[in-house]
Design a protein around this ligand. Sequence first.
Ligand code: URP
Ligand code: ZN
Ligand code: ZN
Ligand code: ZN
Length: 486
Amino acid sequence: MAKVIKGGTIVAADRTYKADVLIEGEKIAEIGEGLKAEETIDAEGCYVIPGGIDPHVHMEMPFMGTFSAENFHSGTMAAASGGTTTIIDFCIPAPDGSMLEAWDQWVAKSHDRAVVDYAWHMCVTGWSERIFDEMQEVVKRGVNTFKHFMAYKGALMVDDDEMFASFSRCAQLGALPLVHAENGDIVAALQQKLMAEGNNGPEAHAYSRPPEVEGEAANRAIMIADAAGCPVYIVHVSCEQAHEAIRRARQKGQRVYGEPLAQHLILDESEYQNKSWDHAAQRVMSPPFRSKAHQDGLWAGLAAGSLQVVATDHCAFTTEQKRMGMGDFTKIPNGTAGLEDRLSVLWTYGVEPGRITMEEFVAVTSTNIARILNLYPRKGAIMVGADADICVWDPKAAKTISAATQKSIIDYNVFEGVKVSATARCTLSRGEVVWSAGANAQPAPGRGRFVKREPFTPVSTSLAKWKELTAPRKVIRDIANMPAGV
Ligand code: URP
Ligand code: ZN
Ligand code: ZN
Ligand code: ZN
């Protein structure tokens, strides 16, 4: 049955205009005024925006001796209620394990649970001939992004030589490397020092990961990408030092992308000084929350375009799980949630005070992500032929964020008590209403589909051409100009 979203104002990354949207099956069939269909979705007083894409989430992530608590069902329900229609997880091979085995595990935990569409990035956690070979198969299967952790020494961390090898492989395959930029050696050393000094509370987590540690790693990752001849995407950019590295590289012509998180834009380092151990531990994530000055820098980057996307790194651990680190902050599982609240908090703290425009809001929550990760225009656009992944966004539907009313299955919310001014009235995923305020949409678990992403041939082709043109060349000298004996 065809549907029409009627009476709303479409906000796209490039313009805002009044129009109805006609949906036939899973696709947008027509955009214009006075459209009619069997079913009408009322968007009077609302904005009609492309469904959010969260490019960085972790469902049931095996990490720090446990698994993040959110699963593909609860996580995608949470996403839908907040206006997000696509999530991108991280597929993580077991130690020395195969990418293809990890692939099967991720299929098993997602395919019959997800209610909105999803994809994943593949993690490179070491280097071997098998990994080199499997990367090609991964790209063939529709994953064109490979994640590298420069932190988590002794677990997920990779060295510079491994990153260079993997980035070079990405360049060959037309894939995009992603990087968690923190100097893992220095973090490990600072952790030991702090613990030895008796600094064992959650606040020490932040002390062990100062902004310089992130900035250094971001610079290093960018240098390695340049040497390997590929673009690079820095995840969870939390501070000015990392932002500065990205800005500088972009000015020099490198394709470097930066992803701040909703949490870092709104919450600050004072959270770790809270007298409640649980409160502080619940906010332990890497990189940690920073000062207000860093937040101002991140907002400025989103407005200026030096940072392009906003994610959440949704990695939800219960209070019970966080308590694994009582007496030793290095054992607190790292991660915070935010998937459900990303659009609302970004609107309230970004659009409302005029830090970013509505169009920039759409760009950083959806369109830019789709373009950078090669999902565009199937996702990230209100356009004829695109998937009907749409959020009817109500700028007058305020609420106070609370764990008591959230969809996420964890027992707290890092944004508890935050008043947001706008929320999703209705969320459609490929034409189906998967969330509707005040109604009880029950999307079938497993209706969400894995979204394949092709390699980035245009970028990698021109980069390869340019690198070949500017490659170091041996100087050919005739014998007369050579010293004797050479
Ligand atoms: O603390 C975090 N960010 N946990 C999730 C894993 C990661 O580093 O992205
Ligand atoms: Zn090495
Ligand atoms: Zn990370
Ligand atoms: Zn993450």
